[in-house]
Design a protein around this ligand. Structure first.
Ligand code: ACO
Length: 363
């Protein structure tokens, strides 16, 4: 291991105008706005516009109509969703459909890509449930249309608002693994579609965007607050990691966890079951934090975005197998903006230190 850069921790590998993650203050800034200013107050279209501003000459003031049209356009690719693709895990099927889109660096390509995870994931989930995919309604905003395409009926305003909050909360986050991947690909001038496919590939791993599904498995495994401590201790004794806890950068609480917890609470106001589920999750969270503090006193392992993501997406009836797809629906705007920014810079090509054997000297 090269001293000090295991996993590139602490290495500054890019300059960006897009977002700043302050791990010690527990603060996320996106283009000059704190997450608290944006989450719950901004639509996904507005957040995406904020991110894309300055990266396309022809960017319209209001992204909603052009993004709606892009959803309708990419829906044509759903015809390629055959049984073989539909049997793949949803993230892989969504990735495969996204791969059918042409590469390019223009605004039309960008909009198609920002629409793609939403449209393709909804179609894949419908197909897996034995139902026909629902075509997008370009007049709706993206959050409401996602829920409509998933369920075949219009969501309540509160549900659409909760998903909007989620999409905005995860739209960008500094140089996380998937964004870094997208930037590397974009720096080769391969095109936005290639960059976004790389982002989806990196996001899917359980150490990155694949964690919220296992959060539900953990909650279901625990079952009741009384069982939390014993279940968590046993999991850690086995060497398992607790999904939804710990972060490479945040050494205090992940501000996205708070934004999403507020969104779950707001959604719960109109529901019978959700407040109980939230109280249970909070009890598990408290037990997990206390045990992690006990076991790893020199690490500051806090709740990360994935814990309350799981509760929010579960409340919106997303199956856990599709939580990573939902993450991609939001993060794709950040990937596109980062890809445009990286394309304007130099090829990203670091070096490695060879530690393998050398050829034997010729006799
Ligand atoms: N549960 C138990 N122990 C943990 C956890 C956890 N969730 N997270 C870190 N640790 C421990 C490690 O075992 C390690 O202990 P050691 O020093 O005794 O070996 C120490 O804390 C540091 O762990 P690292 O792997 O070095 O931390 P890193 O910065 O590489 O990893 C990560 C961060 C991958 C998020 C990690 O905390 C983790 O695996 N969490 C669970 C998965 C998860 O929630 N992922 C979503 C992250 S948020 C996002 O990407 C959107």
């Amino acid at each position: 291991m090269i001293d000090g850069i295991d996993g590139l921790e602490g290495v500054v590998a890019a300059e960006t105008v897009l977002s700043d993650v302050d791990g010690l203050a527990g603060r996320l800034v996106i283009r000059g706005h704190s997450l608290d200013e944006l989450a719950g107050r901004t639509t996904y279209e507005e957040a995406a516009r904020l991110l894309l501003d300055g990266f396309f000459d022809d960017l319209p003031e209001d992204l909603a109509p052009v993004l709606g049209a892009a959803r309708a356009e990419v829906f044509a690719e759903v015809a390629a969703l055959d049984d073989r693709l539909a049997r793949l895990p949803p993230t892989e099927a969504m990735r495969a459909l996204t791969a059918r889109l042409p590469d390019g660096d223009d605004l039309a390509t960008a909009l198609r890509l920002i629409a793609a995870p939403a449209v393709f994931s909804a179609a894949v989930l419908r197909r897996r449930a034995g139902e026909a995919p629902v075509a997008p309604d370009p007049t709706l905003r993206q959050a409401a249309d996602i829920l409509r395409m998933l369920r075949g009926r219009a969501p309540s305003e509160a549900e659409a608002a909760a998903l909007d909050t989620y999409l905005v909360t995860v739209c960008d986050h500094g140089l996380n693994a998937s964004t870094f991947t997208a930037r590397v690909i974009a720096s080769t001038h391969a095109g936005l579609t290639s960059a976004i496919l790389g982002g989806i590939g990196a996001l899917k791993g359980p150490l990155h965007g694949g964690a919220p599904g296992p959060v539900i498995e953990m909650l279901d495994g625990i079952g009741s607050p009384a069982n939390a401590r014993a279940w968590i201790e046993a999991a850690l004794d086995r060497g398992d990691r607790l999904m939804g806890f710990g972060h490479r950068v945040y050494k205090v609480r992940d501000p996205r966890a708070d934004a999403l917890k507020r969104a779950v609470r707001a959604l719960g106001e109109g529901s019978n079951a959700l407040p109980g589920r939230l109280a249970f999750a909070e009890a598990v969270e408290q037990a997990a934090l206390a045990i992690l503090k006990d076991r790893k006193p020199d690490r500051s392992l806090q709740t990360n975005v994935e814990f309350y993501t799981a509760l929010l997406l579960e409340a919106l009836a997303f199956p856990p197998s599709a939580f990573t797809c939902a993450f991609a629906m939001g993060r794709v705007a950040g990937w596109v903006a980062h890809a445009r920014e990286a394309r304007a810079g130099r090829l990203i090509r670091p070096q490695s230190r060879y530690v393998g054997p050398w050829p034997k000297a010729a006799a």
